[in-house]
Design a protein around this ligand. Sequence first.
Ligand code: PLP
Length: 415
Amino acid sequence: MAISAGTNSIGLQYAERKKMNYRNRIKLIPRNNWDYGIKAFIDSLVGISRDNTQGGEIENVFHEKPIWTNSGRVSLYAILKSLELPPGSKVGVPLYCCSVVFNAICQAGLSPCFIDSNLNDFNLSIEDLPRKRAGLAAIIAVHMFGSPCDIDAINSIAGAVPVIEDCAQSFFSTYKGKQTGFLSTASFFSFRCGKYISAGEGSAIFCREPALRNNIEHAVNSYRSLSAFQAVFDSLLTLVKATLYNRPLYGLIGHPVGMRLDKKLNLTAKEGFETGRIASPYAALVNQRIPGFQQKINIQREHAQMLSQSLVPHDFILPMEGKDCSSNWFQYALRFQNKNQRDAMAAYLLNQGIDTSKYLDNIPDEARSKYGYTGDCPNAERLSESVLLVPIHYTLHNDDMVHIARAINAGSTKI
Ligand SMILES: Cc1ncc(COP(=O)(O)O)c(C=O)c1O
């Protein structure tokens, strides 16, 4: 099948999906890993009457007590509010980042100052940060795709300015042998479905500055907590959504419905938030999943290595692990030479039964229209139009990975 590189990407994807036959739809490999099935639902409900936010595996592993909230964005909001910065203060944040982070900054009464990213590791640029450092009251350092950013350099440029690690994607990644999340003023992880732990919802904040930690605890204690009935209902809803986001229903319902309705219904929760504490079943599941988690990372790492060894990178650049870092390989990001090639590959792979993600492809426009971005992050803009995330989830089988590798190499000859 010939692929016209100049075709409009959404039109192309839609046309390709229409051509996808019923068998391919059933087998469609989802772009994200919503690992939440009946067992997770039952496990999460077993301890519903217990307070699962005290003790547990997360404290055993990190030797620190987390402050639990219902989502990463709420955690960030709580940390920013607790810093008690003057209203309107500027917070440095990479433009190549999920827009819910920009939203949380604004909800906290502050304003985002966009920092460019590195093309090679997708993380905050330590060349651009010093240029903008003077006006900043705080910096958010995102460990993008699980690959740790150069946090030593960022801390050193920040000086006295607080640095918040966004570890939504970097659970168990390490930088110079230390876990991400314990290298800065404060940090947060996300356990929402689609993230590595995929507990449904939930997030953990860590902070070792006693005064700031007190403020955060105080703020989070004032947030609502779900009743047991609401928590069960929420978990059930998570189970239904996760069923739609997994094979065989993903290709039949999750993907086509998601493509049409996600923006309207906010199905994957890309916008807004309501402050809350974590619901007990979700905290139970996070703690329950931590002991087997390294094994899942190992599988995902094997999948990444298999792709890196099998792919022939004519039109794209393969992702690499940073120096002195261990990535959890949350995502496998190919960077194409241009948008047309990236979009053509996405369309080709979809037709081969592989869903991919053009992650953050709209972020410069969204940041411009809603958050005052003025166009000074050229690398991040390039990333937004050239990155394609290819599935490597630990739930995929070897056959799936072989199929993905072959399809990318075949697609490469056609785009
Ligand atoms: C880098 C990054 N930061 C923060 C968040 C927010 O996490 P949550 O979805 O738990 O609010 C996300 C996920 O959407 C993310 O990818």
